[in-house]
Design a protein around this ligand. Structure first.
Ligand code: ZN
Length: 223
């Protein structure tokens, strides 16, 4: 199972870089207070109300960078460092999560596809490689193929995540600008935070693609 491990090195390096970058960028702009003094929660509330989403709740969640939008419950959860903070980072992240709520409202295609892929991707990303390796060890070709097919679904999920995340950030930046929530300086800082976050999704997608390439190469080589 260590075959072609070197193929993973670029993805691993990018992941490490992206994690460090998102952490440092978030921390940097967590110390910069917005001119208006608006908090993350206030930003989300305002954007939601303007988007006709009065029924979506904004709640506080523990943890660091745990912010998310739950389309089933209609809840935006903002972490401690975002919810009540009036930093540029907090406002940027809150706006991004609101972007996801707006995607849900608009039945944004890639988001629907992503939700559809969640269950199979969850199984595929965890079990896929193990099933493939079991097929390899016990020389059961059908298991090997099944593992690869399952993992392909996970790869598709990671790929579809990219337009969903980019689009949420694009919506966030547009609304922060048109709503006059951030000034020009703050806008470019918020964009840096969101771009750093996007990099982590790119790293995850690259890592999934390279794992799939490895599985395919390993399966080809034994024939
Ligand atoms: Zn997101």
């Amino acid at each position: 199972m260590y075959y072609y491990f070197w193929l993973m090195i670029p993805a691993l390096l990018l992941s490490l870089y992206a994690q460090a970058k998102v952490g440092s960028t978030f921390r940097k702009y967590s110390k910069v207070r917005t001119e208006s003094g608006i908090t993350g929660a206030m930003t989300a509330r305002r954007m939601l109300d303007e988007g006709g989403l009065n029924d979506v709740d904004v709640v506080r969640i523990s943890g660091n960078l745990t912010d998310n939008f739950d389309p089933k419950k209609g809840i935006i959860s903002l972490s401690d460092s975002v919810h009540s903070s009036s930093s540029v980072s907090a406002v940027g992240v809150a706006a991004h999560e609101t972007g996801h709520a707006l995607q849900h409202r608009d039945e944004y295609g890639p988001m629907k596809l992503r939700s559809f892929l969640v269950p199979v991707a969850n199984i595929g990303s965890v079990a896929g490689p193990y099933i493939a390796i079991a097929g390899l060890i016990f020389s059961i070709d059908i298991l090997l193929e099944l593992g690869i097919v399952l993992f392909s679904a996970a790869v598709l999920f990671y790929l579809v995540t990219l337009p969903v995340e980019m689009n949420a950030s694009r919506r966030a930046m547009e609304l922060l600008e048109t709503g006059g929530i951030l000034n020009n300086n703050e806008l470019s800082s918020a964009k840096k935070v969101l771009n750093a976050a996007a990099l982590t999704y790119i790293a995850a997608a690259l890592s999934a693609i390279m794992t799939l390439v490895r599985l395919i190469l390993i399966s080809r080589n034994r024939r």
